[in-house]
Each structure stands twice: as C-alpha cells, then as structure tokens.
Design a protein around this ligand. Structure first.
Ligand SMILES: O=C(O)CCC(=O)C(=O)O
Ligand SMILES: [Fe+2]
Length: 370
C-alpha cells in the first residue's frame, strides 16, 4: 500500500450531509503530534494491536561500559584487559559506551525547520546524500514510524545541509569521529581493539589496518538524526521497530530522554542515556565478517507521551561496492563453515531501505545465500 499518513483523528463514517474528507497529505510526525486536541494516533501509526507488555529488564545485568582511553594505555596488562572487555561486550551484547560531546541541538534545529524547507533539501533516492523523511520508507511501509529523520552521507564525500547555521557543528563532529583533525578520537583505536582481539587479518580491505589514519578511509559513513515527538498513544506506536544496523559499527548519541531498547537474551532492555556518552553497536557487517561470533544486536526505539526524544546514529560501513561475506581466514582458521553468503553492500543498503519492518531481514537473506 502506498503510504499516505493521516493527520488528526481517525476518519469518521461519511455522513449524508458532508462529503467524505479528501485524502490528507503526508506530514511530519512533529506537525502531527502538535495538532490541537490529538488524543489518539491515526491507524497508520499503530504498530501494535494491543499495548505491549513485554518484559523489559532494567538493571539486572548492566550494559558494559568501556573506557577507550585504556585501549592505548602504556601498561600492557591494562590494555589487554580492556581489549578483552571490549571483545566480551561485542560477543555478549553488541553494545558498549563511551563518553563524548553531542551535536544534538544542531540536529534538533534542522528537524524543527518548516516542513517545505526540509523537503526542499531532501533527495528522493536511498543513496542521495541528504534525505529527510518521517518513516523508514514512506512509500512502501504499511505502518509508519513515530519519528522524523534526516540522513546525511558524510564519507567518502562530506555533505551537510546549509541551514540552520548550527549545522556547521556537523563538520566538527564528523572530523571528531573520523580522527581527521587534532582532536582525534579513539575510534580508530577501538577498531584496532577489535582487530587485536579478534585476529581479523590486518590486511582486511575495510578498516582494521592499524596504520590507516581513518577507519572509514575506504568506507561509507552517514549520520541519521531521529526526532521522536511526544505521542498520545505511545503503547501502540513505535519510533523505530526492531532492526539491526547495516555496516560495521554504529555510534549513537541521544538527548536525556530514554527510549532505546536492546534485545538481550530474549528480553527488551532499556538503555538509559548517560550524559555526554555514546553507544556503539555492532552492525550486520561485523556479524557476517566474524562469521556470527559478534552479534549485530536487535534494537528498537519506543516513544513516550511527554518529551521530544532525539537520537543521532552514525553508521560506519564498508565501501558501497564492497562484498560483505565472512572473512575467509577466520572461517578457515577456526574450521567453522561459513554461516553467511556474500552480498554487495550497495545492494544491501538499497534492499534495507525497502522496508525496515522485518528485523534482521538482511542477515536472514544473506544467510540464505550460503
Ligand atoms: O533512536 C534510537 O535510539 C535508535 C536509532 C536507531 O536505531 C537507528 O537510527 O538505526
Ligand atoms: Fe539502529
């Protein structure tokens, strides 16, 4: 079904005196959430027939926190302990944390620009460098997410909307993440940490070469800023349905409003925001590359009826023409048969934009190619 979001209340029965209302135009979720008197959500935003009451575990087992600075410690024991912790976090959770500053306000300002301005800036195709939208793929998804987003390609070519002026912060953030400037990050080291821990061959064509200046030198990096407005029926809607991320690694920052949940041992676990920190989660590519040893974790964003939530995800993937498949050396060395087939990363991205409602559909698909 082609998606046309309805604004306001669900349509009422046509009466004899009034003609049926004309189909209403797709609008942003932010504008929808600000409609006067909105007390229920239009049916196209209803993900769940019943309010969800799934068990959500909070603090039984806290999410691992890794101090990246120790990855470069001069003390070999400290360094190898941190690498082991990082490896364990990636195997058990697929998520870990690191302190850092945010560019959330610039993204908020962009997402609060008038709708026509944002649509004017947006490209139409999945691989267009700047895309603004509300759901994942509004023209295909039969149910829409309760969020507005902007996605911007940043590497190998840097793009940024020219307004609002605060968006200039993006360039700095981008450099911070890539380690291209003096305030270079430890992400490179983190990836080297993976490399050391997992024995990924140092010549792997993607990121893991310790002498490479930038971890994304051959890869693709984009930024996806999500704005989840307050929702009158949060128990029925979904900000982002369960999915795993493409690429190797996603870094995620958020304002102080919770909403991210990660699936761990079959339960949805709330990930409470920690000020000035980012989350890093393993993407499908690492799961495939490591032949399933590291997990590309299922996660989702739930919404609430009080506060605007903003999250900014920065996925790092391989080059668009890279073939994603288990690393042959790992497969041979460990003696495990390959658990995944091969697929071009570009093909995956285009497929993934088809619909996000199938959770780990990419992994399923690539598995079927074995
Ligand atoms: O909003 C969040 O916390 C999750 C965002 C996310 O998973 C994504 O953009 O892929
Ligand atoms: Fe995600």
């Amino acid at each position: 079904m082609a998606a046309t979001a309805l604004t306001g209340s669900p349509p009422s029965q046509p009466s004899l005196t009034h003609p049926p209302p004309p189909p209403r135009k797709l609008t942003t979720v932010k504008a929808l959430s600000e409609s006067p008197g909105l007390s229920s959500i239009p049916s196209i935003y209803t993900f769940l027939k019943q309010p969800y009451h799934e068990p959500v575990s909070d603090t039984e087992e806290p999410i691992p926190t890794i101090d990246f600075s120790l990855l470069t410690s001069s003390l070999p024991d400290e360094r190898s302990k941190t690498i082991r912790e990082l490896g364990k976090a990636c195997r058990d959770w697929g998520f870990f944390m690191r302190m850092m500053k945010a560019i959330i306000e610039a993204c908020r300002e962009f997402l609060e620009l008038p709708e026509e301005e944002k649509r004017g800036i947006s490209g139409k195709h999945v691989l267009d460098p700047i895309r603004f939208g509300t759901s994942f793929n509004e023209s295909v998804d039969e149910i829409l997410c309760w969020r507005d987003y902007v996605k911007i390609f940043q590497h190998p070519e840097f793009h940024s909307p020219n307004k609002p002026p605060s968006f200039r912060a993006l360039a700095q953030y981008h450099c911070y993440l890539n380690g291209l400037r003096p305030n270079r990050l430890e992400l490179t080291w983190a990836l080297n940490g993976f490399s050391l821990h997992t024995e990924f061959p140092q010549t792997h064509p993607f990121y893991f070469h310790p002498r490479r200046k930038s971890p994304t030198i051959n890869g693709l990096q984009l930024i996806a800023a999500n704005l989840y407005p307050p929702c009158p029926q949060p128990e029925l809607a979904m900000g982002l349905p369960p999915h795993s991320d493409h690429g190797l690694l996603t870094l995620l920052i958020q304002n102080q409003i919770g909403g991210l949940q990660v699936q761990h041992k079959g339960k949805w676990v709330n990930i409470d925001p920690i000020p000035n920190s980012f989350l890093a989660n393993i993407g499908d590519h690492i799961e495939i590359l490591s032949n399933g040893k590291y997990k590309s974790v299922l996660h989702r964003a739930v919404v609430n009826n009080r506060d605007v939530r903003i999250s900014i995800a920065v996925p790092h993937g391989p080059a668009l023409d890279a073939i994603v498949s288990p690393d042959s050396k790992l497969v041979e060395n460990v003696g495990n048969p390959p658990a995944y087939g091969a697929m071009k990363y570009k093909e995956y991205l285009e497929f993934q934009q088809g619909t996000m409602l199938n959770g780990k559909s990419f992994l399923e698909r690539i598995r079927n190619r074995v």
